[in-house]
Design a protein around this ligand. Structure first.
Ligand SMILES: [Zn+2]
Length: 484
């Protein structure tokens, strides 16, 4: 008997040692995906760049504004960037969108396209340190609605081009600039029309760059370097209507055990209790392949051995709403209506659940999952009428020219940052370009803290002058790298 226990103990010990060896080996083999590039010394940017962005923030180009507001921005752009507007071909599209073309010398190279948008969301000035439409420059920042969403993209790209023209730079590859005026209201008159305009002329884009994830400091536990996440995919967007329609209600003084309100509340609670399954594959897996080797300590062991630690990792990520959104399809109840009086049991109750679908899944699979979880034939689920989203697009490739050139440029301008592919939880105007390009990337070259991100669509939106200068250098370098 004694020898049996000794044998058991020995086998367990050998097993444990084997496991440790495997964990260590996997951790050592977890090699970096970062590329070695020579950092570029910061160049002096054109004088007056901050003031020009500030002027643009003083025009309150709210989404849905009439054409005259965007005409003012158009006039301003032409006055501020005279070289760009004379050398590039300019096309006015819709109520206030612009498509600019900088023709390349080599027709055989597929063109590329940078996006940006001119419209902004409203701002309630109550809690702002500086008024949202004053474009104040103070404390090293340019303050105002649109400072990081998204006038800085439009202005920084044009600053770079104006600068390059003055240096007598001529691109080999054609560069398009697409500046929409209704991104915040789904881009129907702007980006959609620009996408159609390009498609009707058989333009095939090598890649598209849209606003998107930032370079974020303190992004992850154990990662000391700032994280430059480039969104290679985006989640799908759909709203489902949940409807219950009973033949009879009963009296509120003698309620039956099954009521329309009770059934709907229970269904919504079932959705909360049964989140969509998490995925560690696809872009999420790629993200950890890029980030993991740059992380120190035990976190690196965990990320190198996701085959063993995936449930631990999923539990941890699920607890943080931002991380949770990257590993699974999410469902958020957003509207609910039912009932007409406090003493009448309603027959109909309707709820809306907004679902953001992870690449690889579809609207149909999300609906099937909700039906299974709710498991109540009395509740009918359908796609809401105002649906303007769709299935998530196939993610772009990290092997493609677009990602490679972005990774190189990030290395040159943000040498301290770690680059990783990711999925955007929001959905952008870039979907209107799917017909003209298979490679769409979403990235804004600005270094922010998690705190700074709150200004986007919130109060005290601002960009530091240092960030803005780096942004201009980034686009100049990106054009040089991509267009030769
Ligand atoms: Zn935006």
């Amino acid at each position: 008997m004694k020898s049996f226990f000794r044998l058991l103990f020995r086998s367990l010990l050998i097993g444990l040692l084997g496991l440790i060896t495997l964990l260590v080996a996997k951790t050592i083999m977890f090699s970096s995906r970062q590329i070695a590039v020579e950092p570029i010394q910061p160049l002096q940017i054109p004088e007056g760049a901050s003031a020009r962005l500030s002027t643009s923030l003083q025009i309150p180009s709210l989404a849905g504004s009439e054409g005259a507001v965007f005409a003012r921005l158009d006039t301003l752009l032409r006055a501020q960037f005279p070289r760009a507007f004379s050398q590039l071909q300019v096309e006015q599209i819709g109520q206030g969108s612009l498509l600019l073309k900088w023709p390349g010398k080599q027709a055989k190279l597929n063109p590329i396209l940078f996006m940006g948008h001119l419209d902004v969301v409203p701002a309630d000035s109550a809690h702002w340190i500086y008024p949202p439409f004053a474009g104040t420059i103070a404390d090293g920042f340019i303050w105002g609605r649109g400072a990081i969403d998204d006038k800085m993209s439009v202005w920084a790209i044009l600053e770079a081009i104006e600068w390059m023209i003055s240096e007598e730079y001529y691109p080999d590859r054609t560069l398009y600039l697409a500046f929409g005026h209704d991104e915040e209201s789904q881009g129907k008159d702007g980006a959609r029309q620009i996408g159609q305009w390009l498609a009707s002329r058989d333009v095939r884009l090598d890649f598209v760059l849209d606003e998107g994830s930032f370079v974020v400091s303190n992004a992850l536990d154990g990662l000391e370097a700032p994280l430059a996440a480039v969104a290679i995919g985006e989640k799908g967007f759909v709203s489902f209507t949940l409807k219950i329609d009973l033949a009879e209600g009963g009296h509120a003084s003698m309620p039956p055990s099954f009521t329309a309100v009770g059934a709907m509340a229970y269904a919504l609670e079932r959705i909360r209790q049964h989140p969509f399954p998490a995925s560690m594959g696809g872009v999420t897996g790629q993200f950890f392949d890029y980030v993991g080797p740059e992380i120190g300590g035990f976190n690196r062991v965990v990320l190198a051995n996701r085959w063993l630690f995936s449930s631990l990792l999923i539990d941890k990520l699920s607890a943080d709403p931002a991380a949770n959104a990257l590993i699974r399809t999410t469902a958020a109840p957003t509207l609910i209506q039912g009932g007409i009086r406090d003493n009448v049991l309603p027959l109909q109750v309707e709820a809306t659940v907004n679902v953001r679908i992870l690449p690889g899944e579809t609207i149909a699979s999300a609906q099937a999952y909700l039906e299974k979880i709710i498991d109540n034939p009395a509740i009918k689920i359908s796609v809401a009428d105002n649906n303007y989203g769709g299935d998530p697009p196939a993610p772009s490739s990290t092997e493609a020219f677009g990602f490679q050139v972005l990774q190189k440029t990030i290395g040159e301008i943000f040498p301290e940052a770690v680059v990783a592919p990711t999925v955007s939880a929001g959905f952008t105007d870039s979907r209107h370009y799917r017909a003209v390009s298979g490679q769409i990337y979403r990235f804004s070259p600005i270094l922010l803290s998690k705190e700074d991100l709150k200004g986007m669509h919130g109060v005290n939106e601002r960009i530091s002058e240092e960030n803005y200068a780096r942004m201009i250098r980034f686009y100049r370098q990106l054009i040089r790298n991509a267009c030769q």
